[in-house]
Write a protein that binds this ligand. Structure first.
Ligand SMILES: Cc1cc2nc3c(=O)[nH]c(=O)nc-3n(C[C@H](O)[C@H](O)[C@H](O)COP(=O)(O)OP(=O)(O)OC[C@H]3O[C@@H](n4cnc5c(N)ncnc54)[C@H](O)[C@@H]3O)c2cc1C
Length: 427
């Protein structure tokens, strides 16, 4: 029988815990059954277990198999659409309430890392880099906006100042978020899993949920067992497939690719990122990069459909990396992988409930490290009867992709092409 495995990423190769939890066998009773062991699932499970609930997590493959174990590892605040967009489209109250939550996900991550002593190379400082003067003006507006919503850790950097943080003259300036930062994402989610288990939670790996039988209690079936629970939380995001038909048409899985170089010398590391911060640029199809705990450059970018083979990924991402850091010409790439995030039409997360006891949160649209941790807290509170914050998210409209399932990919590919053109023209 084959053992399920992670994608062949740098993170999987350097995971702190490689042990495999057993698959679900037979019948199990729980207060809450969480489907999917990524950040959404683990944050929900952990917040519930901290409040004394009996939680079971069913993971199709391995803990962190999805985006949570493969991402850029960057703590980026707010949402894929910022608070001003939310306020304009959904009203002042929604904007204000979502603004209050926009910086909480990063605090949840830092709290979990500190409380459970999670070893995940957490470092402070995230930079948004402007590729042109228009983007720099937008960063100035972002600073004003975030400060109006109580975020106080921001610093605008001129083009010259930016070069003290990033060893390239590519950027017109930048916004440093001192409360941003970066970490080893697979080791974070594995640390969260261990924390959950220390509180009595149980995680089954290699346990694909095949059917959710609505009712009270709800029954969650796998090929070899069933969990009966008062509530279930669907946290499969871009990897959920068609398990819950109501969710499938609401969002679109998109692939983004990442490479990791061989370990760089101290001098190279200092030349690229002298203060060891993470960077994302402001293009719609953005580049994102940072150093790993052992001094490699982790570089991701773009949104490409179907690029899966390491050779193809390398040929897509290496030119982007060399545009930022030409001195890396000839540096060996040790790992290349792809991962799926879930895009929604409005680029805002989708929280909701099916019937009275099946909750879901998904669709952070590429901006999910902090939002997924926030989602876990908000869903956990809602299950415990405090639904005010959940209601704000659940009140956002959730539109299907136009054209239904067959046309979702072509439409979004066209959108990506259009935004790529805009990025190139700087408009
Ligand atoms: C390459 C990449 C880079 C990214 N970089 C960043 C970044 O730097 N910063 C940022 O903010 N965001 C980033 N993101 C987005 C972020 O990683 C995601 O939004 C977030 O991790 C989503 O977490 P999740 O738990 O909702 O989903 P996932 O982590 O995808 O977890 C879903 C889990 O559910 C499981 N599952 C699915 N179906 C079933 C089933 N039927 N039965 C049981 N289990 C099931 C899957 O196996 C998977 O483990 C990136 C995404 C990618 C792909």
């Amino acid at each position: 029988m084959s053992v399920p495995s992670h994608t062949s990423s740098y993170y999987a190769a350097s995971a702190n815990d490689k042990s495999l939890r057993p698959a679900l066998k037979g019948d199990v009773r729980a207060d809450i059954c969480v489907i999917g062991a990524g950040f959404t699932g683990m944050s929900t499970a952990l917040h519930l277990a901290e409040n004394g609930f009996k939680v079971v997590v069913l993971e199709a493959t391995r803990i962190g198999f999805g985006a949570s174990g493969r991402n850029g590892g960057q703590i980026v605040h707010s949402y894929s659409r910022d608070i001003d967009f939310i306020e304009k489209h959904y009203g002042k109250n929604t904007g204000t309430e979502m603004g209050k939550m926009a910086f909480e996900g990063g605090k949840i991550i830092r709290r979990l890392v500190a409380d459970y002593n999670i070893n995940c190379d957490l470092k402070d400082g995230g930079i948004f880099a402007a590729c042109n003067s228009k983007q720099l003006r937008e960063l100035e507006e972002k600073k004003t906006l975030w400060e109006a919503h109580g975020h106080q850790h921001l610093e605008l950097l001129s083009a010259d100042d930016t070069q003290n943080y990033i060893g390239t003259d590519r950027y017109s300036g930048a916004l440093m978020d001192h409360s941003g930062g970066h970490f080893h994402p697979l080791n974070l989610v594995l640390g969260e899993a261990a924390a959950l288990e220390s509180l009595g939670g149980v995680i089954y790996e290699d346990s694909v949920v095949t059917r959710v039988e609505e009712g009270s209690p709800v029954k969650i079936h796998t090929a070899s067992g069933c969990v009966t629970a008062d509530y279930t939380v669907v946290a499969g995001n871009a990897y959920l497939g068609g398990l819950i038909p109501q969710l499938e048409s609401k969002a679109m899985p998109c692939g983004t690719q990442v490479i990791t170089t061989e370990p760089l010398s101290e001098a190279q590391q200092k030349a690229l990122l002298p203060k060891d911060n993470c960077v994302e640029d402001c293009n719609y199809l953005l580049d994102y990069y940072r150093l790993s705990g052992d001094g490699r450059l982790i570089y991701g970018g773009g949104v490409t459909y179907g690029a899966r083979e390491p050779g193809k990924i390398e040929s897509l991402i290496v030119p982007k990396m060399l545009k930022t850091f030409p001195e890396l010409q000839g540096v060996k790439v040790d790992y290349a992988w792809t991962g799926n995030f879930l895009l929604t039409l409005m680029r805002l997360p989708q929280f909701g409930r099916i019937g009275s006891n099946i909750y879901y949160a998904q669709g952070y649209s590429g901006h999910g490290v902090t939002s997924s941790h926030l989602a876990g807290k908000v869903l956990s509170d809602a299950i415990q009867g405090q639904a005010e914050r959940y209601d704000i998210f659940a009140g956002l409209p959730q539109y299907p992709f136009p054209g239904g399932r067959a046309l979702r990919i072509p439409y979004t590919a066209m959108g990506a092409w259009y935004y790529n053109l805009r990025d190139k023209l700087g408009i």
